[in-house]
Design a protein around this ligand. Structure first.
Ligand SMILES: Cc1cc2nc3c(=O)[nH]c(=O)nc-3n(C[C@H](O)[C@H](O)[C@H](O)COP(=O)(O)OP(=O)(O)OC[C@H]3O[C@@H](n4cnc5c(N)ncnc54)[C@H](O)[C@@H]3O)c2cc1C
Length: 293
């Protein structure tokens, strides 16, 4: 809604439930790309769109061959950290605040409220709310993935569970880094005029965006105080996940064999994707400059 309209196709509910096939979307996109051959921006966007269609099918294929990824951690090193067991009372409190959109982090809360009302969030907000729950709150991806499946209009077991494991830092352990989104930094990047936040958090009416960013509303608003210290939890819990990734990497390298090979392929695929993306973007910028002059 609002700042998220128009940026992507919103086709996912159809693709999930089969009311429109990936094949027909792919073919129509190819035809349109032919028509728009001399429009670098459109060509670039349509190519990126087709890549995402490929991801959709690759996740479906993965679940078909490895159905256990729907409930099991991809790597056993994470089995003590991420479990589907009931939460402790303290964790349950954090989880409820997250589920209700009352964490005190405006962008997380706006997104979760949007999910509850519309069954929708864009990719970045899905990922950001997932890292907030798993890394900052220290709550297993199992709980978050189930919540998304209960509300998303495009809820797809194959994509949802794998994406949750990815955001929780379980997958691709051969890569030295994994991403933890900063919800407050994302406000200025993704919602610079605050329209998304104002829409979903009526408690902010009467406050300027500057008041929100500097947390001036804290004194007299009904909006909750932050439920945790983002930097501290990022550092402490991020290190726990990072150490488990290192342990996984060491085991895979020492074991060798199929598991190691498959991890190497995963890393190469991700690395290649980003290299390719950079190259494509540079080519697009070049074409753009050529058409402008
Ligand atoms: C934690 C998390 C959970 C998610 N759960 C789901 C889910 O249950 N169902 C779902 O369809 N998508 C899920 N996604 C992926 C993605 O957010 C959505 O597919 C996308 O936001 C749908 O919007 P769109 O149709 O406008 O996408 P567009 O950008 O227009 O992309 C076109 C199509 O490509 C596919 N696609 C796009 N991004 C991805 C991706 N990252 N992975 C796999 N396929 C993709 C979708 O089928 C989508 O409809 C999840 C992402 C995260 C981070």
């Amino acid at each position: 809604m609002l700042s998220q309209m128009g940026a992507t196709s919103h086709l996912s509910p159809h693709l999930t439930f089969g009311t429109i096939s990936v094949r027909s979307v792919y073919q129509k996109t190819k035809l349109r790309a032919e028509e728009l051959k001399n429009h670098p921006k459109a060509e670039f966007s349509l190519k990126a769109f087709r890549e995402r269609l490929r991801w959709h099918d690759s996740f479906t294929q993965r679940l078909y061959f490895y159905p256990e990824i729907a409930y099991k951690n991809r790597y056993e090193e994470f089995d003590n950290l991420y479990t589907p067991e009931p939460l402790s009372p303290a964790k349950q409190e954090l989880f409820q605040a997250w589920q209700q959109g009352r964490t005190g982090f405006p962008l997380v809360d706006a997104s979760i409220r949007q999910l509850k009302t519309m069954g929708w969030m864009n990719f970045r907000m899905r990922a950001m709310c997932a890292t907030f729950l798993t890394i900052n709150c220290g709550i297993s991806w199992h709980h978050g993935a189930k919540h998304y499946m209960n509300y998303l209009v495009d809820g797809d077991l194959a994509i949802d569970n794998w994406q949750w494991q990815m955001q929780a830092g379980v997958t691709n352990p051969l890569s030295d880094t994994f991403r933890i989104y900063n919800p407050n930094k994302n406000i200025s990047e993704k919602d610079p005029d605050g329209s998304f936040i104002y829409h979903w958090i009526p408690e902010f009416h009467g406050y300027s965006l500057q008041d929100i960013l500097t947390e001036k509303y804290k004194c007299d608003s009904s909006y909750p105080l932050p439920i945790l210290n983002w930097s501290k939890t990022r550092k402490v819990n991020g290190k726990i996940v990072s150490d488990l990734r290192k342990q996984t990497k060491v085991r895979l390298i020492s074991l060798g064999g199929d598991e190691y090979e498959s991890a190497v392929v995963a890393k190469e695929t991700v690395d290649k994707y980003w290299q390719y993306k950079d190259k494509e973007y540079q080519e697009y910028q070049q074409k753009l400059t050529q058409t402008e002059f």
